[in-house]
Write a protein that binds this ligand. Structure first.
Ligand code: HEM
Length: 211
């Protein structure tokens, strides 16, 4: 869980960085060039199937861990002040993860499917290079539907809450913890989770406010 989690967190940083270009250039040139770079880059071509395997392994391990926890303790603990012993996020990682999977299925259908499977996205020329008009694909969805904007904000918030626990938990599993470091990593994790949730929410928010 920990290793796949680290890998997915690195993906999120790259994905968010590219996506933020959506709000820095309304002509779409910057975002289209970055998206084109990502799909034509040989390293990314190798990383993409690894990413899919990473997601699948992360989900399988999450299922196994949750079932093992339930089997190990069929009669629940007497619950006295759970807030002191653990955070809400840590007790609801599977639920949060499942909500993120629902988000991801719709998200893949919105963009990836149209680009890669249906191949229904228009091709344009930018500075002599032919590429998909990914900007129009993404921006039309965000301009057209408030529901989708809210759906993406909800996805970002679930992801942020999932990461408040996932980040430090990943470090703890690989053994980088201890009394002093645990507190530090928890703080860094909360900042990371907040920035990811904020970054991914800013994009639909920008389209709600501006268009
Ligand atoms: C404002 C928010 C987001 C936007 C605008 C966005 C945009 C996109 C686009 C355009 C693609 C297709 C890329 C291509 O194949 O050329 C994509 C793919 C993908 N997105 Fe997102 N995304 C957002 C949020 C997220 C979040 C929060 C996650 C993770 C929970 C995520 C995970 C993925 C995955 C796994 C893929 C498929 C792999 C890939 O093509 O890179 N995205 N996204």
């Amino acid at each position: 869980m920990s290793l796949t989690g680290f890998f997915l967190m690195s993906f999120l940083i790259v994905h968010l960085t590219v996506n933020l270009l959506l709000i820095f250039d309304d002509t779409g040139v910057l975002f289209n060039q970055a998206a084109h770079f990502m799909v034509s880059n040989p390293i990314i071509k190798v990383v993409e199937p690894v990413l899919a395997i990473g997601f699948i392994l992360h989900m399988i391990y999450a299922g196994i861990l949750t079932i093992n926890n339930m089997v190990a303790r069929p009669v629940g603990y007497k619950k006295v002040n759970q807030k002191q012993a653990s955070t809400w996020a840590s007790r609801n990682m599977f639920v949060l993860g499942s909500l993120i999977v629902i988000f991801l299925i719709l998200h893949i259908m919105n963009f990836y499917w149209k680009l890669k499977v249906e191949q229904s996205v228009a091709l344009i020329m930018v500075d002599g290079a032919e590429m998909h008009d990914t900007y129009t694909l993404v921006s039309s969805l965000f301009k057209a539907s408030l529901i989708y904007n809210l759906f993406y904000i909800a996805g970002a918030i679930f992801l942020g809450i999932h990461l408040t626990h996932g980040f430090w938990s990943a470090f703890q599993t690989i053994g980088w913890s201890g009394n002093i470091w645990r507190k530090r990593i928890e703080v860094v994790g909360k900042v990371f989770a907040f920035l990811i949730a904020l970054g991914f929410s800013i994009i639909p928010l920008y389209f709600i406010i501006k268009f």
